[in-house]
Design a protein around this ligand. Sequence first.
Ligand SMILES: [Fe+2]
Ligand SMILES: [Fe+2]
Length: 253
Amino acid sequence: MTRIDEIAPGLYRISTMLPGQAISFNQFLIDDERPALIHTGMHQLYDTVRRAIAQILDPKRLAYVVVPHFEADECGGMGRFVAEAPEAVLVCSDTGAQVNLGGWDYSGPVQGAREGDVIDLGSHRLCFLETPHVHHWDSMMIVEEATRSLFPADLFLQPGEQPPVVTENLGIEMCAVYREVGIFPARKPVLDVADRFDELDLAWVHPMHGGSLPAAVAQGYMAALRTEPFTFAGKLFGRPLPAYRAEDTVLAY
Ligand SMILES: [Fe+2]
Ligand SMILES: [Fe+2]
């Protein structure tokens, strides 16, 4: 159900495929002097994610738990991972710290990240990109410099159980999932991020659902985002909302 694979030096993908789910749930562990966990999985995945981490390092050593936006699959384990590790700090976007953690049932340490902020893990460095409305107000992405990796959370997902590294272009399928589930309100914030990829000089993209993509493969997914409809089309998880007509929303900006 859960597997762990080293995708790049010191960078591990912990992937869980739950029965009956259309997508996998991936967390990423960076093993370094100050280890980091990028997203935690849902509350109920805590034990399986913790066991996977323990194959590589003592979870008590986690220094950073990074939450790219506040949704259960990104943050459901945050309280317990931070509580167990005496040095751990929760890192989210500055907006996320203001609008979410300022008033939630969480009392651990928090660090809000803004565009350009950097966290040094030892031989890896996390650089933060503020990416509001991809797909939440508080969304951010993370670039790890040593492995030239982007952690885009839900952008670039692929449905189904995928191998640790995906070389197939499933961009059309990705856009179909986004339309059915209804997670992106508008095209422009997403395409603005896609337009920044060349300057980021990436080797890897590590979506939290599906497999990791070599940068050249990710180009095919970006092409699909530029040409296919993928925004909210009047449906949530495939359920049409009576107040919306798809033709009004599908090309919305
Ligand atoms: Fe999400
Ligand atoms: Fe997610």
